[in-house]
Design a protein around this ligand. Structure first.
Ligand code: SF4
Length: 147
């Protein structure tokens, strides 16, 4: 199987703070699957490092950074570009970084930059799901998914 994976989980230092978030159990998936790294925020043209951002409004989604700058266009463009990359590579699912405003699945920060979570999906994770790709985070039970 071919899986899209958040690049930061594979050791790419592409996070907002200039760090990576390597995850051994995600890296171990490479023994059984082809992993395709994606970073929607970088794909949207955002620099590394960059200010932290959160989803501050939904329907329609609006993303702002901690200084109040609207970065929605970059997040949406990066989500589209990452989905295109994943589909072009033949990905059948995605393992994306938990709680990220781009990659989060099932829970994201609430837009107050206070560390609180609310149910929801990152911009890219939501787009992947709309395209029919199952999306989980790095803590998922991969075996139960057959991954
Ligand atoms: Fe990692 Fe996704 Fe954030 Fe890129 S956008 S640094 S892949 S969580």
């Amino acid at each position: 199987m071919i899986l899209a994976v958040s690049a930061c989980l594979l050791g790419d230092a592409c996070r907002y703070d200039g760090a990576a978030k390597p995850c051994a159990r995600v890296a171990a998936l490479a023994a059984r699957h082809e992993l395709v790294p994606v970073c929607p925020e970088r794909a949207g043209g955002l620099p590394v490092p960059r200010p932290p951002a959160e989803i501050v409004e939904r329907d329609p989604v609006r993303v702002a950074d901690a200084a109040g700058s609207d970065v929605t266009a970059a997040f949406c463009a990066g989500a589209r570009r990452s989905l295109e990359e994943a589909l072009a590579a033949g990905c059948a699912g995605a393992v994306l970084k938990a709680r990220s405003p781009s990659c989060g699945s099932g829970a994201v920060y609430d837009g107050t930059f206070a560390g609180a979570l609310v149910p929801g999906w990152g911009v890219a994770a939501a787009l992947f799901r709309e395209a029919g790709l199952p999306v989980v985070d790095e803590d998922a039970d991969f075996a139960s998914l057959g991954w």
